[in-house]
Write a protein that binds this ligand. Structure first.
Ligand code: ADP
Ligand code: MG
Length: 791
């Protein structure tokens, strides 16, 4: 397949009068294959030869032949200015309002979709495509299928129906027959569809009074020869109010035509060849306006590769930076100073906990900052390991900080840790929210709490005591990484439930110290290849064992009809001295709406269902002190049932609670449901997780049945990846992973490929300083900067 055969085919078409029969399968198909084989011909892709009438075909063929004549095989010379990087970059980074046809009004609509610059627009990929690529004869149209015709308009007129709704009705025809087309509520179309003009129509065919009719299909005139809305794989974009599908398609298409020819490819040619990837302009065009399913999947492969490569290069750079760092914090991590603490615990550490602690101790002894990920399923006992590490920091005269994703969890950690220390020392002096223990370590340990919800004066007082070094173990939330929080000598950072933080937030806590040791904790086990890519900069400790005596949680997915039975069950558990959580569905629109829904549910349950029991309410809109009070009452057994929004998802530890009843369970992802389930079964009592879903989708049903079957968090994580399947946005922002648009974390082949190419680049040019890597280096920093912005 060469340019030469294209010339022959067009000449043959010319000789025969343009019947589109000169090549088997038609000229369009030939062009598609040809342009995939020879990316220089990319502009021929969207020609839609078959949709043109005789004159159109003739003109087009003459145009292409003329250009082939000029001998470079390129239908159009590159746009002027291509290659002038600075100019191109400036153009790409200018606002979408700089595009022709985009005023400030449209620009503000795009802004709502996160599209601010021309570059964003190029990367504003469709959710999916509708396949309108097969053109049919009118006589072949089938009822109830998405189809495309190329036809001539015979007549078009505005009509008003009985309900006074105005519409456009047209009759169009091809050599096989005629068909009626109706556009509701679009009377103005009648004027655009001039008789005898050629149009392409794509849409669903219905039957009306025994006749076929297109109802409000997509359409466009043929004359451009370059189809946007019909007759091809047509992109379906995310929309927002005031932005119609047609407008978005038109603007994206014009931008591609305008910008792609001059878009430089940041990927070194050698990498692109080795990995068999499309060029960047090709990939972007194919992602929006693919020629075929093949083109689409090749586009996805290239763009996904880019994301993974860039992440990997960032991770490698971070790892190198960390390895080059030296710190004065080589702790004397002698286990002896931990002995009294470990001895005072009401249990002994599991083998896995001991191993993880030993690994941490080994790291802390080095003149190099630790960067360790502590992974262990919900309830595996990570908190006590982290506490031991923080005590080591304190024993060495340094400060330690633990950051948790919610106030409730920070509060709980504060209590748990104080509880452990109280027990270990038997004495504690409490002063203005700081608990000081004098006898445990060679020097005093003072524990303080810092969250956003605290009173301003109290917060300032706390900040001052952190800055002076008086407090050496600080527990908190995001409040810890705010401006104004300065540590005297931060030696260890612990980030709990790290998946709830962005990549950059995790690093921010660290930046509060010189080069402190870092321990991040996660209950989300992920497959090894993925861990190596995303956390390749961290060393890994795994707690793969639950404390002894845990009884397996029984998980039941029940129908709404069984709700009463579930309530009776809760009542029986409470009668037996246990407690229950009832989680209200996630509404997502806003925390305020969630809060209101939870309040209503709480009232209903208190008045109508459990009038004899003690219920508490918890939601994100409550003041810190109210939240704290409710949690405290629940913890101390003062409440039987805690009705809550999803704020209790992570970390909450109430060993006496045995029932987790989740309403609207279909609204949650598997990882989240597993976290909720992990709130019970933390003591010795048999525990239960009850899932209620009113109208679950097919996928939700699958998730719920997986959760019922699978208990192991690791297996569940793999199931989760499998279920998310192809094409879906991985809820990466939520999971604390970088924001991926194209990459699927299940695509192990591509993960491996990106990793090995990154390693190769890194080895050859670790700082990406060589001129041929300059564009790539910019891409890496662009990606990580946007990560930082989003966090
Ligand atoms: P997670 O790993 O989910 O953060 P936690 O640290 O909250 O788990 O621990 C869960 C529960 O297990 C807590 O109540 C804790 O006291 C208890 N626990 C931790 N380690 C052990 C152990 N070795 N033996 C018995 N119970 C333990
Ligand atoms: Mg925890």
């Amino acid at each position: 397949m060469t340019v030469d055969s294209l010339r022959k085919i067009l000449e043959l078409e010319q000789a025969r009068g343009f019947p589109d029969r000169a090549v088997l399968g038609g000229v369009d198909k030939f062009l598609r294959n040809l342009t995939l084989a020879d990316p220089r011909l990319v502009e021929l892709r969207s020609a839609s030869y078959s949709a043109l009438d005789r004159r159109g075909r003739e003109q087009w063929a003459r145009h292409v032949l003329g250009q082939l004549e000029r001998g470079d095989g390129k239908p159009r010379p590159p746009a002027p200015g291509a290659g002038d990087r600075a100019v191109v970059d400036r153009r790409l980074d200018s606002s979408v309002a700089s595009l022709r046809g985009v005023g400030s009004n449209l620009a503000s609509r795009f802004d709502k979709l996160g599209v601010k610059t021309v570059r964003h627009l190029l990367h504003f990929f469709p959710h999916r495509h509708v396949d309108y690529s097969q053109t049919r004869l009118i006589s072949e149209l089938a009822i109830d299928a998405e189809q495309t015709i190329a036809a001539t308009v015979w007549e078009a007129a505005e009509k008003t129906n009985r309900n006074r709704r105005r519409s456009t009705e047209a009759i169009v025809g091809d050599e096989s027959g005629n068909v009626r087309v109706v556009w509701f509520n679009q009377p103005y179309l009648a004027k655009k569809l001039t008789p005898n003009s050629r149009v392409v129509i794509s849409g669903r065919v219905s039957e009306f009074h025994g006749r076929k009719v297109f109802l409000s299909p997509e359409w466009e005139p043929v004359e451009s020869g370059d189809l946007t809305h019909t007759g091809r794989l047509v992109p379906v974009y995310p929309l927002t109010a005031g932005l119609s599908p047609r407008t978005v398609r038109r603007i994206v298409k014009a931008t591609l035509d305008r910008c792609l020819p001059e878009l430089p490819d940041f990927l070194p040619e050698a990498v692109r060849k080795r990995a068999r990837l499309l060029s960047l302009p090709d990939a972007i065009r194919q992602a929006h306006y693919p020629d075929s399913e093949l083109g689409k999947s090749q586009a996805r492969r290239r763009l996904a590769f880019d994301e993974l490569l860039v992440i990997q290069l960032g991770v490698l750079a971070r790892k190198r930076a960390w390895q080059e760092e030296r710190t004065s914090f080589a702790f004397d991590a002698d286990a002896r100073c931990l002995e009294p603490f470990l001895k005072s615990l009401p249990y002994s550490l599991t083998g896995a906990q001991k191993r993880a602690l030993a690994e941490i101790q080994r790291d802390l002894k080095k003149q190099k900052p630790m960067h360790r990920l502590l992974q262990g399923d919900v309830g595996s006992g990570k908190t006590v390991v982290a506490t031991a590490a923080m005590l080591l920091a304190a024993a060495n005269g340094y400060q330690a900080a633990l950051m948790a994703p919610t106030e409730i969890l920070a509060e709980q950690h504060y209590k748990t840790i104080r509880g452990m220390l109280d027990k270990a020392t038997g004495q504690c002096s409490d002063r203005e929210g700081v608990s000081t223990y004098d006898s445990l370590l060679p020097r005093p340990v003072a524990v303080g709490l810092l969250t956003g919800g605290l009173k301003e004066t109290f917060k300032q007082e706390m900040q001052a005591r952190i800055a002076s070094g008086e407090i050496n173990v600080v527990i908190g939330t995001h409040a810890l990484i705010q401006k104004g929080v300065d540590f005297a000598q931060l030696g260890l950072c612990v980030v709990d439930e790290q998946h709830r933080f962005g990549v950059m937030q995790r690093l921010e806590l660290r930046s509060k110290g010189g080069s402190p040791h870092v321990l991040v904790m996660s209950a989300t086990p992920i497959p090894r290849t993925l861990a190596l890519t995303l956390y390749g900069d961290l060393d890994l400790s795994i707690i793969n064992e639950l404390p002894p005596g845990r009884v397996e949680i029984k998980t039941r997915w029940i129908s709404p009809a069984q709700r009463q039975a579930a309530y009776d069950f809760v009542r029986r558990e409470v009668a037996a001295g246990r407690q229950a959580f009832i989680i209200c569905p996630l509404i997502e629109e806003s925390e305020a709406i969630d809060a209101r829904a939870a309040t209503t549910e709480y009232e209903r349950l208190s008045l109508n269902v459990f009038p004899e029991l003690r219920l508490g309410l918890l939601h994100g809109r409550m003041s810190s002190s109210d939240k704290e009070e409710v949690m405290e009452r629940f913890r101390s057994g003062d409440l039987d049932i805690l009705v809550s929004t999803p704020v209790v998802e992570v970390g909450v530890d109430i060993p006496n609670a045995t029932v987790m009843l989740i309403e609207g369970a279909d609204r949650f992802g598997l990882a989240q449901l597993h976290q909720f389930r992990g709130r019970v079964g933390r003591g010795h009592h048999q525990s239960y997780c009850l899932l209620v879903a009113d109208t679950p989708s097919a996928e939700a049903k699958e998730r719920l049945s997986v959760l019922q079957r699978v208990r192991d968090g690791f297996v569940l994580a793999e199931e989760d990846l499998r279920l998310r399947g192809p094409g879906e946005f991985f809820g990466t922002r939520q999971s604390g992973l970088p924001d991926l648009k194209m990459a699927r974390l299940t695509d192990m082949e591509l993960l491996d490929l990106a990793r090995s190419e990154a390693a190769r680049l890194f080895e050859a040019d670790p700082y990406l300083k060589q001129p041929e890597h300059a564009a790539l280096a910019r891409e890496v920093s662009r990606f990580w900067e946007s990560e930082a912005e989003l966090n």
